[in-house]
Ligand binder design. Structure first.
Ligand code: HEC
Length: 308
């Protein structure tokens, strides 16, 4: 008992120590474009009659293999598409460019994202925060996220999506549902089955920074399995600056943050999806990236986090 208490205190103390600063000028950046996805859900994307990439995606071709380089055009199309966007935000840009970087120190992974939200109309949905940036990731345990990034968690019956009605369903993974249809999957499997999946690491993890110019950033994190579940206390922390319209947000989290978190280690490829709510937007009214990859120290990926 005494021993356990000592370990816990040490963990708490180290969590409050500032992590070693990264010299970001030495870290190569990856340019990505986040685009407005409207109501293009996982179920829609898997339906050949509604998305001509469906059969090839099922056959093994990942989203980025067809769509990388097209994000700006897709966003422009979708932000004003009458069929896929029933409640357009007038004057909203279709995409936002960002530069992402990753590095690590002895204990922590650092991820930096820099972007200019541009001229954003005020959607008035999130009264508290003008801008929110997030990264969601998998460590190979959720195949659909490896293949399709964020879309692996985006369903037709999630809040404000085409089949949602008035339900406030969050993101979820299909494995948590009894069965899936074109309109999503309302019935959740029994709690013991969900727990088993969670124990086996079958969840996505996300980190989010909530931002207002001139105010300290607010960091939250959580997981997605049968629902999006924010952690009571965030393992992620970080910093944010806002200069000349450009946000630079740095996420910092322990490489090993314990049970209920993904662990970062060399030899594993992590799939990342980035999202950005701008102009006081909320829920699905965000920009998202195609699936990107991260490796630690070795191997190939969009981001290689090296010791700094
Ligand atoms: C084999 C190539 C291919 C694959 C793989 C593919 N798509 Fe598509 N996608 C297309 C084509 C072609 C269109 C345009 C015609 C259409 O909508 O059917 C399209 C349209 C879209 C659009 C609408 C915007 C636009 O530019 O037309 C989105 C969003 C989209 N796809 C997302 C995805 C996602 C997410 C995945 C992975 C889960 C994916 N696609 C996989 C070929 C593909």
């Amino acid at each position: 008992m005494l021993r356990a208490t000592a370990i816990l205190l040490a963990a708490m103390a180290s969590a409050s120590w500032p992590a070693a600063a990264v010299d970001w000028t030495k870290v190569p950046g990856k340019n990505i474009t986040l685009f407005y996805p409207a109501q293009m859900s996982w179920e829609l994307i898997l339906t050949q009659g509604e998305h001509s990439g469906a059969d090839k995606f099922r056959g093994g071709k990942n989203c980025r293999e067809c769509h990388e380089g097209e994000e700006e055009a897709s966003g422009k199309l979708l932000v004003a598409d009458k069929k896929l966007e029933h409640a357009p935000i007038a004057g909203k840009p279709g995409s936002i460019k960002a530069t992402v970087k990753a590095a690590h120190d002895a204990d922590n992974l650092h991820m930096r994202i820099e972007f200019n939200p541009g001229s954003q109309p005020d959607a008035g949905m999130d009264k508290d925060f003008a801008t929110k940036v997030a990264v969601m990731f998998d460590d190979g345990k959720v195949a659909e996220a490896t293949r399709g990034g964020c879309w692996g968690a985006c369903h037709d019956d999630s809040a404000r999506m085409a089949s949602a009605g008035t339900a406030e369903t969050t993101k979820y993974l299909t494995r948590s549902r009894v069965k899936m249809a074109r309109t999503g999957g309302p019935d959740i499997k029994p709690a013991d089955e969900i727990q088993k999946m969670h124990d086996g690491g079958q969840f996505l993890e996300y980190w989010q920074a909530k931002l207002n110019p001139g105010a300290a950033p607010v960091f939250v994190d959580g997981t997605v399995l049968e629902k999006r579940q924010e952690n009571a206390s965030a393992a992620v922390n970080g910093t944010a600056t806002f200069e000349n319209g450009v946000w630079a947000v740095e996420f910092v989290r322990k490489l090993n943050a314990g049970v209920g978190h993904k662990t970062f280690a060399p030899g594993q490829t992590y799939t990342l999806g980035f999202s950005l709510h701008a102009g006081h937007a909320a829920k699905r009214y965000h920009y998202v990236s195609l699936e990107k990859t991260l490796v630690i120290d070795q191997g190939s990926g969009d981001l290689i986090a090296r010791a700094n």
